[in-house]
Ligand binder design. Structure first.
Ligand code: FES
Length: 106
């Protein structure tokens, strides 16, 4: 099972085991990651599952679709590495991925 590391804005790291095929949002919610409220339940309509996925981790993520990009424009403090966790599907290749959580969602 791929391990995903959720890192809070204060640097606290929580490592969770995710299942391939589930979303990063589902993995976060299942493990009580507070910053991921996921109010719309994964419909790409709330932005409360926003995260930053830093580059340079040796892991290539699928590109964001138009709907995700449009929603990211509405979140607080969007950055080039912004993603919506509900739109990123976990794969075995993501083992060890670090996902940073916005301070605004704590
Ligand atoms: S859970 Fe609402 S946009 Fe991701």
């Amino acid at each position: 099972m791929p391990r995903i590391i959720f890192q809070s804005a204060d640097g606290t790291r929580t490592e969770v085991e995710a299942a391939s095929g589930q979303s990063l949002m589902s993995a976060a919610v299942a493990h009580g990651i507070e910053e991921i409220a996921a109010e719309c339940g994964g419909a790409c309509a709330c932005g409360t599952c926003h995260c930053y996925i830093p580059e340079g981790q040796g892991i290539t993520l699928p590109e964001a679709e138009e709907m995700e990009l449009a929603m990211i424009e509405c979140v607080i403090d969007p950055r080039p590495q912004s993603r919506l966790t509900c739109q990123v599907t976990v794969s075995e290749a993501m083992d060890g991925l670090v996902v940073e959580l916005p301070a605004s969602q704590h």
